[in-house]
Design a protein around this ligand. Structure first.
Ligand code: FES
Length: 110
């Protein structure tokens, strides 16, 4: 598998279950979330107002924005509750040899 389009973000073992962490990939703010045995990457700016989703709470496969409470699906970036109506970009993740890489070409989102 080629990872040439992916940007290295961190070692897998720095991730904590259910605790979002903010990184930058090619200048793009990305929140990484480990939940279950999957790692998700979501743009680290809420689509409702410019606050960091990595300061929100993770529940299952969602992250809740701390400011007004919209939850976003980590797989699709879609908002599940108001007031947000627009999705947030999500990015493909690869974990190889204990390292986490993200491709900052968005999948879904704006
Ligand atoms: S800023 Fe995120 S829901 Fe309002």
């Amino acid at each position: 598998m080629s990872i040439s389009r992916y940007t290295y973000l961190c070692r897998f073992d720095v991730l904590e279950e259910g605790v979002p962490q903010r990184f930058e990939a090619e200048g793009v703010p990305v929140s990484l979330v480990l939940t279950g045995d999957e790692v998700f990457a979501i743009h680290d700016v809420c689509s409702h107002s410019a606050v960091s989703l990595s300061e929100g709470e993770v529940e299952g496969c969602t992250v809740e924005c701390w400011l007004h409470g919209s939850r976003f699906d980590l797989r699709s970036g879609k908002p599940l509750d108001p007031p947000a109506t627009q999705p947030v970009p999500v990015y493909p993740v690869r974990v190889e040899d204990g390292s986490v890489y993200v491709e900052v070409v968005p999948r879904g989102g704006r």
